[in-house]
Design a protein around this ligand. Structure first.
Ligand SMILES: Nc1ncnc2c1ncn2[C@@H]1O[C@H](COP(=O)(O)OP(=O)(O)O)[C@@H](O)[C@H]1O
Ligand SMILES: O=c1ccn([C@@H]2O[C@H](COP(=O)(O)O)[C@@H](O)[C@H]2O)c(=O)[nH]1
Length: 211
């Protein structure tokens, strides 16, 4: 059997706990070969746009992402080739000049709001997870995070959430739950779900004769 990495997709709405879940899974494999790819790193480059234009962008629509590049990078990693992963700057709403060199590993965690929306990405995943957290909790988490870490003001978070994030979530993100193999309530605090996932990933690695 040809050796091929295991791909775990972690989807869910903004603030649902995707990153926390992905980090928890990652932590359990730190001794093994594992890497993380954030779909956010593949937001389209907007360096040619003014700041005013960038602020108007709908970042919660499938077309905001360069999924062609993401797909190309995943295919390289699946062939055990390294990639130059883009870096995204949330405060400037565009790609940074620098790239991160990512070496191939046996387990790939792909995390992002719309990773289950694109069939080409879904078809590469061995396990598809959807982190399901109530909208009121998600907006509270996002408010705190975007102000502390992503350079936004209270006003801009509220305006963006009500005019774009919420409607896009209902139109594009929530419906992708149907593609998930497992729905994880409450994200990273859900120890049972994390342990089950880690066990399942180990089983797949054994089946693929990677472990
Ligand atoms: N179960 C939890 N309880 C409390 N805070 C949490 C929990 N899960 C995540 N957070 C916090 O909420 C914020 C968003 O979580 P994160 O995992 O980044 O979500 P996502 O990647 O889905 O946007 C972070 O600041 C994180 O520390
Ligand atoms: O320039 C940007 C790019 C993205 N966003 C918002 O980020 C979230 C996705 O990140 P999570 O970590 O899953 O919350 C998405 O809802 C975008 O609205 C942004 O505000 N600015």
């Amino acid at each position: 059997m040809t050796k091929k990495p295991v791909v775990i997709g972690v989807a869910g709405g903004t603030g649902s706990g995707k990153t926390t879940v992905a980090n928890e899974i990652y932590r359990n494999f730190i001794d093994k070969s594992i890497l993380m790819i954030e779909q956010d790193a593949y937001y389209k480059d907007q360096s040619h746009k003014t700041m005013e234009e960038r602020v108007q962008t709908n970042y919660d629509h499938p077309l905001a992402f360069d999924n062609d590049l993401l797909l190309n990078h995943l295919e390289k990693l699946l062939a055990y080739e390294s990639i130059n992963k883009p870096q995204y700057d949330y405060a400037r709403h565009t790609r940074a000049e620098e790239f991160t060199i990512v070496e191939p590993k046996d387990v790939i965690i792909l995390e992002g709001i719309l990773i289950l929306e694109d069939k080409r990405l879904r078809d590469l995943m061995d396990i598809k997870l959807f982190v399901d957290t109530d909208a009121d909790i998600r907006i509270i988490r996002r408010l705190v995070r975007d102000i502390e870490e992503r350079g936004r003001t209270l006003d801009s978070v509220i305006t963006q959430y009500t005019s774009i994030v919420r409607p896009m979530h209902l139109q594009f993100i929530e419906p992708t739950k149907r593609y998930a193999d497992v729905i994880i309530p409450e994200g990273g605090q859900n120890r049972v779900a994390i342990d089950l996932m880690v066990t399942k990933i180990r089983t797949i690695l054994e089946e693929k004769e990677i472990l």
